[in-house]
Design a protein around this ligand. Structure first.
Ligand code: APR
Length: 231
């Protein structure tokens, strides 16, 4: 039985692709009030503003390219004899565009749309508007298919099952500020996994990790993957 590896990623893995993080010096939450653009209440108050926010992020993402860290994880997924599961907090599609085949988006995806009336999901257009009718029920109730603060992250049962059976757990490019993701390292440790944090600087939960590798993801992630794949 080969080692199962579960990898949690955050905004830091996409930073060198030009996408902003949230809590760094020039992060998104230093420019926008998350209550206004990343909560159901904010969306109810001003849907046009929220659609504009995600339309801008969708355009930013379309113009970005995956970096060496995304490519290294795709190589690990392809060449590691055991199962590799990428759980991302990111709503961008750079893991997929970097070649990863099995990505779990626990906070949803920018390139997906959701109807708040009937629950229908479909590929999001580049620009979404409040008045857009749902393709299935025609209600003007479309929203980005992303998980806002106060909402339940997606695929949690599957994520818990992966964590309970992994031999290695890595967290890459995440500040450890948002739960439940920040608590995954504790679950992996309880499952007996070796845990490693790969980040530009120590996260809020760095003390929970057995191993740390600090530096830009485009450098530390390929080196870590090489260490796992070399005999
Ligand atoms: N390489 C590696 N790590 C980096 C890099 C880089 N080039 N640049 C920044 N980082 C690290 C930062 O040091 C920080 O610890 O990435 C982390 C980014 O943290 P956040 O901005 O808090 O992003 P994240 O942890 O993904 O946020 C989690 O919060 O707002 C919600 O839903 C949103 O998914 C997001 C969640």
């Amino acid at each position: 039985m080969h080692d199962k590896i579960v990898i949690l990623t955050g905004a830091g893995i996409s930073a060198e692709s030009g996408l902003g993080t949230f809590r760094d010096v020039d992060g998104l939450w230093t420019k926008y009030d998350l209550e206004e653009v990343a909560t159901p209440e904010g969306f109810a108050r001003n849907p046009d503003f929220v659609h504009e926010f995600y339309n801008a992020r969708r355009a930013n993402c379309a113009g970005a390219a995956p970096n060496a860290a995304h490519a290294a994880l795709a190589r690990l997924e392809r060449d590691h004899p055991g199962e590799v599961v990428i759980v991302t907090q990111n709503v961008d599609n750079l893991h997929e565009r970097g070649g990863a085949a099995h990505v779990i988006h626990m906070h949803g995806q920018l390139d997906q749309a959701l109807c708040a009336a009937c629950g229908h999901r479909w590929p999001a257009p580049a620009v979404m508007n409040t008045a857009d009718p749902c393709p299935a029920c025609a209600a003007p109730a479309t929203r980005p298919d992303v998980v806002w603060f106060g909402e339940i992250p997606y695929h949690m049962d599957a994520i818990m099952a992966h964590l309970s059976g992994c031999a290695i757990f890595a967290a890459i490019g995440t500040s450890g500020e948002v739960y439940p993701a920040a608590g995954f390292v504790d679950l992996a440790t309880r499952a007996g996994a070796h845990t490693v944090e790969l980040n530009l600087e120590p996260s809020s939960v760095v003390s929970a990790f057995a191993e740390t590798r600090f530096g830009p993801a485009s450098q530390v992630v390929p080196a870590w993957v090489d260490s796992l794949l070399s005999p």
